[in-house]
Each structure stands twice: as structure tokens, then as C-alpha cells.
Design a protein around this ligand. Structure first.
Ligand code: BGC
Length: 936
């Protein structure tokens, strides 16, 4: 080593160090300054901006988009008193307040969700930038929020210059090879930005210069294709290059012409692509690349694909580099020009399907029948990826199953006609990852065939795919079985919210069954943000609704028109819009669905005689408890189907009254109020004895009568007593099916029977929620006894292990057990109720919910009689905290008696409860229940 240069280096190092140190000191001082000064000035801030349910959406076609934002404040008890919103056509100008397209000025209002754009007409393709600032009731003004944006899609049919293209293949080649389409184009000028507007008949994946466009799956998604077809908008600026570019797409049958139940080719026989790439150059000029007669088509490695049956991917048919400009497509054929139909095109309002959790194999099993099976430890929906090299012509077959049978063998009978198999035919070239494209499976176990040698589980994964809904709720308790139940409910939701709310994700069904969706909708809205998801689906509902108002069994409807108009299923048309209004405050959705809701109730009216709906087909309380194989003891919990119909008729009519009131339709309020009286009279006359017993002595009959207030008030308690007795007669078991289950614990709570609600919740023998948990379930089952106590499996013709309806108990767990609820007047959690109901020997329940205003949380712990409740109330909301068994003198926050806590605006005693009116903030409340009750 050279001495002098060493010391020179040292000196240089020292100077550098010193400089760094000085800089760091400056930085530190600066940090302190920025952290302290603005913190005082900026106690109030705006964040979490969304436009039409999304953050910075690209490609929407809503002409009066709605804006929402959330507030944070370092001060408790803070409400927004005013906002100012401004919109511009460039981010930089907007930040300086220049070149504004629209500004509200300061608007005195506490509104921070769904604030409508009221500026000049929005233009196709334009990106608009927006920001907002707010004032609060402590005299603070926030800084302007960060700049967000939204971008309009193509608003006019005339904006579409692309042509629909297809293949010259004979039509009706379901389960045939996936067609490839490609073209090349030259870009001589630099690109400033580029948008791709794309859709298909069938499902598509698109590529530019060898790279996949976006990361969505099963696009364009499933809608009522005959009336509405979504197209996606992608920012593809970074995928383009100067010189020659190549682009292409591959199509699968998807919902469009693939098999749905027993039908195929429902929407058409031929696959087709519509592709419009609009490029803006740095000099402002434009180039558009359209699907047209110049494109070419061929077939590739996807030899067949089907949601039910799976996919065959044969590498020997790969067209290597087909989506690159260097590829020689001489042998490709010209595309076939298809009939133009741009009028049905719409931009999406719901989230696309994306990849989510990735699972490593939990176990490799060799079954008694010598099958090689991987257990992923979780029943999930998606597919399996496999990394391998393989041998030439090697065929790997992956079969999927939800359960093993009693003997531990691979079990697929409950998949019915769905093959659920993915096949990869290998070339033996370099190691790479194989995965399917246009199919998905519902599975926990995968049987591998053709692997050859020991399966290398380190190279196998399961990937969950589902609609990209933001997670909003978490719920944890001190009871691990309940936590598993909550886990199962959430996974039931993930697996069945695949573009539409499906009944199940594995067998030859996977349809938008309406009854299941209505039963689960409120629970779903606790777990994830389903506002956009249901908004999209409800539009399809109103479009597929029959002219006479009957709502189809499944949406989008692919069944005969006669499959419509059933109690508890078709009522999805009133129940879900109302639920979305309650939990998100989405009034526009209610407005949009109002005609459909009205038409549905109108339909029931039209088929009723003397206000009794007792004709036509009904599903009834689907999957209710029934002892098998015989029912000698008469224990089957059969509820008269027409009683159920009448009860839901009343329920939907009540929702019409509530919705009409919200929308200011006074005539309808009166009209439906009169109608409801008649329906209730008819119910009483037909289904209730003079002593107040319903003609069906089942839990579901009692529940519907009580939940929907069908009996006069003075007869309700006796019916609740009958319910309690019935539960005890079944040895503290529930007997409800899809329609009764959502109301079971709510009704018990309402009539003062929390203890029984908890007994049912914690029951772990059949039928109960925890029985499947004890049997190792990782999702919610279709039947209470999908696996019987002796390990036998239920009848395979109807035995899904991923069916969310019974998971509707999740609503009670969040709403009652943890106690988080929205007010039904100031909806969307503008005003919150936190009313926890401790019980069931639980020591702790902790629930959090991300609402439109921010996070609400309720955590209670019970240590002996000492109750600790921690509550978070977001800024710009107020809450009513209801403390059970509490006296004011006993409740403290820290050392302070509750009445001295300034953000607590009012305290009232109501029976055993203490009611606190509070503003935003976090509260840590503590009291001794026993001492409270003893008067201290
Ligand atoms: C589905 C159900 C659905 C029902 C109608 C079944 O095949 O899987 O969940 O609601 O049909 O009764």
C-alpha cells in the first residue's frame, strides 16, 4: 500500500465526512423545523382521495364523477365545516391554481364523500387533475391535498375507429385453440403518451413488444354482454419504442361463449377483438393503431381453455416471439372482419380481477391410492404455477380438489361436470414458469400427474385471483375458532368475488346467484370495499331484469327467461342497493337502481292475489337443516315457501319506503306504506295463528317474521320466546338455511338474547358455524355438514366447500359483537354507533373498519368484570358509544372521569347502558361492570 496517498485519502475522507456531517446536521435541523412548524399549522390534512370508488382512475365514462376524501387531524372532535375543490387540465398548473377547469370556491359543507363534479362537460380521453382543501370547526384550514387525477375514457361511439376482428375459423369451436392476433407499426416520432382502449368477445390478454399490458385477468369482465360490454383503458406509454413495434392479443372463451352451467355459446359463437391504441407524440401529433383488416391471426400454445374444465397449454405450438416486431408472420392468416357494434361499450366501474396471495405448498402427500397430491393448506380460487424444465413431450397434468375423502384420497366428485384440470405439454427447453390464462379453479389440493421423479415443491405455487377490492375490515377475538371462522368468511368472499358475486368457484356453476349475494352483501361490505363491485353488477341486474320486473335467479342472466322472480333471490334488487346506501352513503346508486327496485316490487304485486304472494316457483330457505337420511322425528326445519315469499315481499316493500324517503319521493313513501300495511295484514291472516304462532314452527319462519316486523308489537316477544325455545329444542343448534341465517343472531340480540346468540355462534357440533371449522374448513361450506361427523362427504351433486351464504354471520360479528355500525339516516358511517356486546366468555374482540371517512375501530377486553374499550372515530364523523352495564361515575379515561373528557359531548343513561355522544378521536374507556351495576 502506498503511504502518502493513503494519508491523502484519509484527509479526503475526513473532509468528506465533515461535509456529510454538516449536511446531516442541516438536514436534521430542517427536519425538526418541518416536523414542528407545519405540524402546528397543519393539524388538519386531507388524504385518501378517490374519484368514483377508485384512486386516480384511468378510463371512466361517468359524466359527473364524484369525489371523496378523508381528513386527519391532531385534534379530537373535529368536523369539516367547508371544502374547496378545484380541477385543472395539468398537475403543475393546478398546484399553482392556474388554468382551472372547475372550482367550487369555498363551500360551507361537512360533505367529504361523493361530492359531485358540476363543472363544464368532460371530454373524451382528457385527464383531469384535482385537489381539495378543507376547513374545520376549530378554525383550521388544511393545505391543498396532493394532486390526484382521473381520466375520461371514450365517451362517444364515434370515438371508436377500430374495427372488430376475428378469426376465419369455423364458428362454434368452443374448447378450441386460443386465437392470436398481431400487427406491427412504425413510430418515427417520440411518444409523449399512449392509451390502449381494448375489449373482446371472450377474455383477452394483450401484449406490446413482448410485454403484457396491465396485470388484470379475465378482462373485459362479465356483464350482460348483449347489452353492455366493458372495455379497459391502459396507459401503455412505457411499452412503446421508437422504430418498429409489435402488438398482439390472445383470446379465450371466457363467459362469452364458454360453458356456463349446461349452456355454451350463450352470447355468441365467435371470439373477437377490438383494439384501439392512441399515441400522442411529443410534438402533439397523433398516431392511432387500430384492429383492422391488416392484422393477422394464428393459433398458439393455448389449445383449449374453459373456466370449468381448465386449460391445455402445449409448448410445441408456441409461436416464440409472436408479439415482437422481429417475428415473421408470413404464415399467419388475415383476420376476419366482424360486425361492428360499438354502441354497447362501457367503461368499468368495478375492480378488475387481479392476482393476490401466493401460497407455498404446505404438504406433499402420497395418498392411499398412490396419487401425488399437494396440500396448499387453504381452499382458494386461482391457479397453480409450476416452474420446471421437463422433457420433450412431457405432459404434466394438474387436477384440483377442495377436499380429500374419508380415506385420504383425492376427491373430485363434488366438482360435478367441471374437469378442473390444467395440462402443460413441455418441450424440455429452458426452465420456466407455467401458468394457465383463461381458467381458474377452486381448490386446496392439487394432484400432479406426469411429473416424473420426486415433485420439487419449492417450485410450485398457488396464486389467488379475485376482484381487486380494497380490504377494509379486520376482526380478531380471543377465541381461535372464531378467528378461523372470520378467516373462512373472508376466504369465501375472496374466492367468490371473481368479477361477479358467484355461488361457488369450483363446480360447473360459478354463476351470479342472486340469493347468495343478497344474504352475504352486508358482511362483504365489512371485509372489503364492494361499492364499485356491486355497482357494476347491479347495473347488469337492472338490464337483465325481465320487462315485467321479475329479477333473474342469476346475474348476468344466462338462463331461460322463466328462471326469474323468486323470494330471497330476486330481492337482491332491493336489498343490495339499500345496503350499499347504508354502508357507503352511495345515494346515486340508490337513485340508479330505484326503477329496478320498483319494478321488482311491482312484479310481486302483479302476481299476488289479495296481497298474498303464493304462486310460482320458490327456492325457499335453501340448505336448511334436515336430518338425513330420514326425518321420522319431524325435525327437518322446513319453512313454508310461500310464508317466506310473503315475508320478503314485506321486506322489499319496506326498503321501497326507506329508499323513497331518502330520494324525496313522497308519493311512493305513501304508496308503499299503504301497501306494506296490506301485506302485513295478509301475512297475519294466512300465516299467523290467533295466538301468534307462525304456521311453520321453524327458526327461519320466526326470524323473518321478527326481523321484518310482520307481527304487531305486542305479539313479537312471544314469537321471540318461541324462537328461543326452538333453539333449545334442537339442543342449542341453528336450523336455518340461506334466507334465515343472516338474521338469526341479530333477532336474538334485538330481543335481549345475546347469550343465545353467543351459544349458537360458539356451538361446534352440527349444525353450527364452528362445526366446519372443527372439521378443518378454511372457507365457508355450502352445507352445514359438507363433511359429516363420521367423515363421510355429503351428496356430491351439491357439496361445495366454498359457498359464502352461511358466512353472513360476519355481519353480526362486526356489527354486534364488536359493535361497529352506521347510522341509518346519516349513512356511510357519517354517524357511527359503537355498541359492543360482550359475551360468549370472550376476553377480547378487536375490529377495525376502513370507512369512507377513515378508520373506525372498536376493541374491547374483559378482565374479570373490568371492561376496557378503545374506540377510534374518524375526523368529520360523530359517534354514539354505547357502554353496556355502565354507570357514569364508574367510567374513566386514564385518570379522568368520563364527564371531564372534552370531546365527549353528551352522556346519557339508558337502562343498563351508558350512551356517550362523541366527536372524532381515539378514546380509551375503562370501568368495572359489576361495580357499575351495583351502583358505584
Ligand atoms: C347454487 C346456490 C343457489 C341455488 C339456488 C345452487 O345451485 O349453488 O347457491 O342459490 O342453486 O337455489
Amino acid at each position: 500500500m502506498n503511504g502518502p496517498s493513503h494519508s491523502k485519502n484519509n484527509k479526503a475522507l475526513y473532509i468528506r465526512f465533515n461535509k456529510c456531517f454538516m449536511q446531516a446536521r442541516w438536514l436534521f435541523t430542517l427536519m425538526i423545523l418541518t416536523a414542528t412548524i407545519p405540524a402546528f399549522a397543519q393539524t388538519l390534512a386531507v388524504n385518501g382521495l378517490t374519484c368514483e370508488y377508485q384512486r386516480n382512475p384511468v378510463g371512466i365514462d361517468i359524466m359527473r364523477p364524484r369525489f371523496s376524501w378523508k381528513l386527519t387531524s391532531s385534534q379530537r372532535n373535529t368536523m369539516q365545516t367547508a371544502y374547496e375543490l378545484r380541477v385543472g387540465s395539468s398537475a403543475e398548473a393546478l398546484a399553482q391554481g392556474k388554468d382551472l377547469v372547475y372550482q367550487t370556491g369555498k363551500v360551507s359543507s361537512d360533505r367529504s364523500t361523493f361530492v359531485e363534479y358540476e363543472g363544464p362537460q368532460l371530454r373524451s380521453r382528457m385527464r383531469y387533475f384535482w385537489q381539495v382543501r378543507v376547513w374545520d370547526d376549530h378554525g383550521n384550514t388544511s393545505a391543498w391535498s396532493p394532486v390526484n387525477y382521473w381520466e375520461m375514457a371514450l365517451l362517444d361511439a364515434a370515438d371508436w375507429t377500430a374495427k372488430w376482428i376475428g378469426t376465419p375459423n369455423p364458428a362454434d369451436t368452443v374448447n378450441g385453440p386460443s386465437p392470436l392476433f398481431r400487427t406491427t407499426f412504425n413510430l418515427s416520432k417520440p411518444v409523449r403518451s399512449a392509451r390502449l382502449y381494448i375489449t373482446s368477445h371472450g377474455v383477452y390478454e394483450c401484449f406490446i413488444n413482448g410485454r403484457r399490458v396491465g396485470n388484470d385477468h379475465f378482462t373485459p369482465g362479465w356483464t350482460s354482454y348483449k347489452n353492455r360490454l366493458q372495455y379497459q383503458t391502459y396507459d401503455v406509454t412505457t411499452l412503446l419504442t421508437s422504430g418498429t413495434n409489435a402488438t398482439g392479443a390472445v383470446l379465450g372463451d371466457g363467459w362469452y361463449r364458454g360453458q356456463l352451467e349446461k349452456w355454451k355459446n350463450i352470447y355468441g359463437k365467435e371470439l373477437a377483438l377490438l383494439y384501439q391504441l392512441e399515441i400522442t407524440h411529443t410534438d402533439g401529433s397523433k398516431t392511432t393503431i387500430n384492429s383492422d383488416g391488416k392484422w393477422k391471426t394464428s393459433e398458439g400454445a393455448i389449445r383449449s381453455s374453459s373456466f370449468y374444465d381448465g386449460e391445455v397449454y402445449d409448448t410445441r405450438f408456441e409461436k416464440k416471439g409472436w408479439d415482437l416486431s422481429t417475428y415473421n408472420d408470413k404464415a399467419w392468416r388475415p383476420v376476419k372482419m366482424m360486425a361492428a357494434d360499438q354502441s354497447k361499450l362501457i367503461a368499468p366501474v368495478g375492480p378488475p380481477v387481479k392476482k393476490h396471495e401466493v401460497f407455498h405448498p404446505a404438504k406433499l402427500i402420497i395418498t392411499p391410492q398412490k396419487d401425488t397430491v399437494i396440500d396448499f393448506g387453504q381452499n382458494l380460487v386461482g391457479w397453480v404455477t409450476l416452474k420446471m424444465k421437463g422433457r420433450p413431450n412431457q405432459i404434466i397434468k394438474l387436477e384440483h380438489a377442495e377436499v380429500l375423502d374419508k380415506a385420504g384420497n383425492f376427491y373430485t366428485l363434488n366438482l360435478r361436470g367441471a374437469k378442473c384440470q390444467n395440462k402443460f405439454v413441455l418441450k424440455g427447453d429452458a426452465e420456466r414458469t407455467y401458468e394457465p390464462h383463461f381458467t381458474y379453479q377452486g381448490f386446496r389440493y392439487v394432484r400432479i400427474k406426469g411429473y416424473g421423479g420426486k415433485v420439487d415443491t419449492s417450485k410450485i405455487r398457488a396464486v389467488a385471483l379475485y376482484s381487486d377490492m380494497a380490504p377494509t375490515g379486520t376482526l380478531v377475538t380471543s377465541n381461535p375458532l372464531l378467528n378461523q371462522l372470520q378467516h373462512n368468511i373472508q376466504w369465501g368472499q375472496k374466492g367468490n368475488f371473481v368479477d361477479v358475486p358467484t355461488d361457488c368457484p369450483q363446480r360447473d356453476e360459478r354463476l351470479g346467484w342472486t340469493g347468495d349475494a343478497q344474504a352475504f352483501s352486508r358482511t362483504a361490505a365489512y371485509n372489503m370495499n364492494v361499492n364499485g363491485f356491486f355497482s357494476k353488477w347491479l347495473k347488469d341486474l337492472s338490464i337483465d331484469q325481465r320487462e315485467d320486473g321479475a329479477v333473474p335467479w342469476t346475474i348476468p342472466n344466462m338462463m331461460p327467461k322463466t328462471s326469474a322472480g323468486v323470494a330471497g333471490w330476486s330481492d337482491v334488487s332491493t336489498i343490495v342497493p339499500w345496503n350499499m346506501y347504508l354502508v357507503y352513503g352511495d345515494k346515486r346508486l340508490l337513485e340508479q337502481q330505484y326503477a329496478s327496485m320498483k319494478a321488482w316490487v311491482g312484479y310481486i304485486q302483479s302476481v299476488s292475489v289479495d296481497n298474498l304472494w303464493n304462486t310460482g316457483f320458490q327456492f325457499g330457505d335453501w340448505c336448511f337443516y334436515s336430518p338425513s337420511p330420514t326425518d321420522d322425528s319431524g325435525k327437518a326445519a322446513v319453512t313454508d315457501k310461500t310464508l317466506i315469499a310473503e315475508a320478503f315481499y314485506a321486506h322489499s316493500t319496506q326498503i321501497m319506503i326507506d329508499a323513497a324517503r331518502v330520494l324525496g319521493k313522497d308519493d311512493d313513501v305513501k304508496r308503499y306504506s299503504d301497501l306494506l300495511k296490506e301485506i302485513k295484514k295478509a301475512f297475519m291472516k294466512e300465516y299467523v295463528t290467533p295466538n301468534g304462532r307462525t304456521v311453520s314452527s321453524t327458526q327461519t319462519a320466526y326470524l323473518l317474521a321478527l326481523q321484518f316486523d310482520l307481527l304487531p308489537e305486542d305479539q313479537r316477544q312471544q314469537l321471540a320466546d318461541r324462537l328461543v325455545k326452538n333453539i333449545s329444542d334442537y339442543g342449542n343448534h341453528l336450523t336455518t338455511g340461506f334466507l334465515g341465517t343472516p338474521y338469526l343472531c341479530h333477532v336474538l340480540t334485538r330481543f335481549g338474547h345475546d347469550d343465545i346468540a353467543y351459544t349458537l355462534l360458539l356451538q361446534d357440533t352440527y349444525p353450527s358455524w364452528l362445526y366446519p371449522v372443527k372439521k378443518g374448513a378454511t372457507t365457508i361450506w355450502e352445507r352445514w355438514d359438507g363433511i359429516k361427523a363420521n367423515g363421510d362427504l355429503q351428496d356430491p351433486s351439491m357439496n361445495s366447500f366454498n359457498h359464502y351464504s352461511y358466512g353472513a354471520i360476519g355481519d353480526w360479528m362486526y356489527r354486534v359483537m364488536a359493535g361497529i355500525n352506521t347510522d341509518d339516516v346519516r349513512t356511510g358511517y357519517k354517524r357511527i354507533t359503537i355498541a359492543p356486546h360482550p359475551g360468549g366468555n370472550l376476553k377480547m374482540v378487536n375490529a377495525q373498519l376502513e370507512t369512507g371517512y377513515g378508520q373506525v375501530s372498536s376493541k374491547w377486553t374483559l378482565n374479570g368484570d373490568v371492561m376496557n374499550l378503545t374506540v377510534t372515530v374518524p375526523v368529520n364523523t360523530t359517534a354514539l358509544i354505547v357502554l353496556p352495564k355502565a354507570a357514569q361515575v364508574a367510567v374513566t379515561e386514564g385518570d379522568r372521569p368520563v364527564k371531564e373528557v372534552d370531546a365527549i359531548r353528551d352522556i346519557k343513561k339508558d337502562g343498563q347502558d351508558l350512551k356517550l355522544e362523541v366527536g372524532s378521536g381515539t378514546y380509551n374507556l375503562k370501568y368495572n361492570m359489576a361495580r357499575s351495576m351495583a351502583g358505584m
